[in-house]
Every structure is written in structure tokens, then in C-alpha cells.
Design a protein around this ligand. Sequence first.
Ligand code: FDA
Length: 309
Amino acid sequence: MSISRSILLRASRSQWLARQMAERAFAKRAVRKFMPGEDVTDAIEAAQRLSSEGLGAVLTQLGENLTSLGEAGIVREHYLGVLDQIAARGLTASVISVKPTQLGLDLSLDACFEHLDVLAARAKSVGPGMLWIDMEDSSYVDRTLDLVRKLKGKHDNIGVCLQAYLKRTPADLDSLLPLSPGIRLVKGAYAEAPHVAFPDKRDVDLAYYALAETLLASASRGQAFPVFGTHDRGLIDRIVSRASSLGVKDKAYEIHMLYGIRAADQRALATAGRTVRTLISYGRSWFPWYMRRLAERPANVWFVLRSMV
Ligand code: FDA
């Protein structure tokens, strides 16, 4: 891992920096590159604009590691409201993605399951909507996958993120495939020890493609619903070509990217017939998430410095 990436990821855990940045106008200006605004209505309006360009959306409220179960209940009510707005505005290509720690995972596995259970049922009732579950750092993987296995016993619209940089992911994928899950494959965004995750980007890219091949082979038998969450255009082109050689139908997999990154590629892929969704984040707790975006491409720091002046 590069020094700049590791410094930015360490900074992402600083409460002091988070408080400082939240007050600074230049920081808010810089964050706008990756999010349309802090309010959910900003995100819904962006989803509406994207829909007119043939792109779906995934909405997610920023925030992680809550300190009381009451806060988790508020987050659940918030997402229920978002699902109602999606239905009211006819945004059939919009879904939600949630972080387990924002729904109380640190405090009670049962309470977190109950919140996810309620959200999955509402997501299904407002349309064919998936409930996507983010993957946080490696200490949460076992608990998150336990939740997914339990939820899959009740709902068919559950999807979970798996991170290619984790050395355990091939085994996790094998154990999940019999459940015909939705899997959003990403490279991985957290600071992890080298015995847990590949430190070298080349190894992560190789692991990503190997996992993508496994997912596509399962999708060709109707046994998985893969989503490729990446902005790596070379990788996407190889995946699309592999999908076509395996006879995986265009609608049987999706490509997801983040708001504000490679927007032209998102439109071009949609025009070429791929199903593309843009993950739109919103909310006031943007600091750790924003630092992870800077760490993915330390050149983004220059953009922040420019925003200061
Ligand atoms: P890579 O880092 O190789 O980037 C490829 C190219 O994309 C770069 O060369 C650059 O041009 C562009 N790019 C990438 N990141 C950029 C940035 N921040 N700013 C500007 N350009 C950038 N992670 C996680 O651990 N848990 C999760 O739940 C999720 N969820 C998730 C959902 C979706 C839809 C996406 C797209 C990503 C995530 N991630 C995630 C983040 C993921 O793990 C990863 O950190 C980023 O996607 C960056 O990796 P790429 O795959 O884009 O490749």
C-alpha cells in the first residue's frame, strides 16, 4: 500500500479531523465532486436526472459505527422513508445500500437483523428492488455474512458486497453461491493488514478478475446475480467480454460506479446496453467516506487544495 494511501486511510479514523472538516466551506466544496448534496432530496433529484440518461441509482446515507440502538432505529425509519419516496416518484431503477454498523451491528446482531429484515420487505414491496448491504472493514465480514445467510432464508432481494483484496473472499464466495445471492464485487476500501488483504494493487486486480469469472460462470447457470462495482475500465471491458462468451445475458449482471467518478464511462456503458447504476451518497457524516475516496486516488488531494483557494 502506498504511503499516501495509508496516511489518508489512517486520517479517515480521526474524530478531530472530522469535526474540523465538517465546519470548513472549502471541504464542503471539495466533497461536492463525489456527492450531489448532504440532503436526501439532493440524492433523489440526482437519481431522477440519472434516470433520464438511462442510468439506475443506488442511494446510501453516510454514517457508520453508531453509539446507541436508538440511532439505528432512526436510520431504519430514514431508509423506509427513502423507499417510499422512490415508489412515489416512480424511480423504479433506484435501490438502497446500507451499512450494517449504521443499523446497530456493533451493539446487537439481533437488532441489526430486525432492521435489515424490515428494510428488505419494504424494498420488495415498492418494486423489484434489491436491498444491498455494504461490506465494512474485515472485522465485520463474519457477522455481515451471517446476517446475509439469515436474511436469504426469508428474502430473495438481498445483495452483499464482497472485497477482492481480502484473502478470504474466494472461500466466502464459494460458501455464498449455493444461496444464489446478489454479489457486488469491489476491490476494497479500508486499511487492512497484509496477512488479511493483498497490499499490492496488481494482486487485487488479479483476484478481482478471478472472482468475476467465478461469478459469471454461476450467473450463466442462473445461480448468482453479479454486480461489478468498479471504475476500472480495462477490467470492466474484460468482464463484459467474458460475460458474452459465457452467454450471460445483458440483464443478468450490472455495473455500479460512484457518483462523480467516470461519469462519461457510466453513460457510454449504458448506451452500449449494459445495466449501469450510480451509487449516490448523501448525509452529513461524510468525512471517513470522503477520505477513503481520496485514498483511492491520492491525486484527488490536489482538488481539495485547489478548493481551499
Ligand atoms: P481502481 O482503484 O483501480 O481505479 C480505477 C480507475 O478509476 C482509476 O485509475 C481512476 O481513474 C478511477 N478512480 C477510482 N477511484 C477514484 C476516486 N476516488 N476518484 C477519482 N477517480 C477514481 N468498498 C468497500 O470496501 N466496501 C463497499 O461496500 C464498497 N462499495 C462500493 C460500491 C460501489 C458501487 C463502488 C464503485 C465501490 C465501492 N467500494 C466499496 C469502493 C471500492 O472498494 C474501491 O475502493 C473503489 O471502487 C476504487 O477502486 P476501483 O475498482 O474503481 O479501481
